[in-house]
Design a protein around this ligand. Structure first.
Ligand code: PMP
Length: 359
């Protein structure tokens, strides 16, 4: 049988492992920061009705400019944004890939601050962009001074800032984002995939967009909108940025069905986001209960919690899995990450962990 090593693979892909969060069928899946609440039945009915209409014209290519969807997203985001500021693709992973296709590539580099979202380095490899992993401060925070020191040291073409950061859950201050923007002539992406889970009134990098044409703020419908399976991510930026992305996107990259489903869901934003409060409550419960059990959870503005004080993360991961509970071992020594589930799922996780005793 042929193996990967027998193929004339690009040199920079040799030895890499693909994104591989386990997809196991378990009763309690708390490993990929999904929204474990289903979408409300009435909204699902409306989305199904929109899909039933859209399917009748799939003999034609979809609106290449996904105009209605961009209008809906601009309305949802506010901040004075219009459709000209908005771009979307099949998940924010694809948005970020397109950003690297347009602004990265061979001879260019992208700086991120580890530990951070594991796809950044893979998207960099896929687009031939050099990935540079900068460091963080204590408790995985990122101060303006530390971030700027890294930008000055490595002079990247792009900087990826993740706020709140995956896998740590920690938010970034607007001061750090502004300082990074001022320190570089390159593109600065703020990945706000989990923005809706922050405390009420949390500042968004969207508020920094006016006058900053190299600032891109990406979001996703996968998390707060419980739309992970539909694959809809988006970004807000200067209209010139969306023109750059038009150069690299595949024609008709957003299917008519995706567009119809997303527009219908966005028309019900308040209902779609109703479970965000509940999830924030379960997240806060995880933080306080994990501390009570003797672990050291990090502060979190997202729908997951990274906790330290785990003597043998692999053993705890396996012991929980044996009980039907899937969490994430992201390879940070002494730590595991868990997604806030429904109340029942969160209870199942906490009781199982307590039952195992500190490992
Ligand atoms: N950014 C971050 C920080 C994420 O954690 C994820 C998904 N886990 C994504 C982007 C990509 O999400 P999607 O492609 O589903 O929009």
């Amino acid at each position: 049988m042929t193996s990967l090593n027998d193929l004339p693979l690009r040199d920079n892909l040799r030895g890499l492992t693909p994104y591989g969060a386990p997809q196991l069928h378990v009763p309690v899946a708390l490993n990929v920061n999904e929204n474990t609440h289903g979408i409300p039945a009435a909204v699902a009915d409306d989305i199904a009705a929109a899909l039933a209409v859209a399917i009748r014209t799939v003999n034609r290519y979809p609106d290449r400019e996904f105009t209605e969807l961009r209008d809906s997203l601009a309305r949802y985001l506010g901040h004075g944004l219009t459709r000209n500021n908005i771009w979307a693709a099949n998940g924010s992973n694809e948005v970020l890939q397109q950003v690297l296709q347009a602004f990265g590539g061979p001879g260019r580099s992208v700086l991120g601050f580890a530990p951070t979202y594991s796809m950044y380095s893979l998207l960099a490899s896929g687009t031939g962009t050099r990935w540079i992993a900068g460091g963080r401060d204590a408790d995985f925070e990122l101060s303006p001074a530390t971030a700027v020191e890294w930008v000055d040291r490595v002079a990247p073409d792009l900087v990826f800032l993740c706020s709140p950061n995956n896998p740590t859950g920690t938010p970034l201050s607007l001061e750090t984002i502004e300082a990074v923007y001022n320190a570089t002539d390159g593109i600065v992406v703020v990945d706000e995939a989990y923005a809706e889970f922050g405390p009420d009134g949390s500042p968004s990098a969207m508020s920094l967009l006016p006058g900053r044409e190299r600032l891109l703020v990406s979001r996703t419908m996968s998390k707060a909108f419980a739309f992970a399976g539909a694959r809809v991510g988006y970004l807000a930026a200067d209209p010139a940025v969306t023109d750059a992305l038009r150069l690299v996107r595949l024609p008709y990259h957003l299917s008519a069905l995706t567009q119809a489903a997303a527009v219908a869901a966005l028309a019900h934003s308040p209902e779609m986001l109703a479970m965000v409060d509940d999830i924030r409550g379960q997240r806060d419960r995880l933080v306080s209960e994990l501390a009570r059990l003797g672990y050291t959870p990090l502060r979190s503005s997202s729908n997951f919690v990274l906790f330290g004080g785990v003597e043998d993360p692999r053993a705890t991961f396996e012991a929980l899995l044996a009980l039907g509970i899937l969490v994430r071992d992201i390879g940070i020594s002494g730590h595991l990450r868990v997604t806030a589930g429904t109340e029942a799922e969160t209870t199942a996780f906490l009781e199982a962990l307590e039952g195992l005793g500190r490992q």
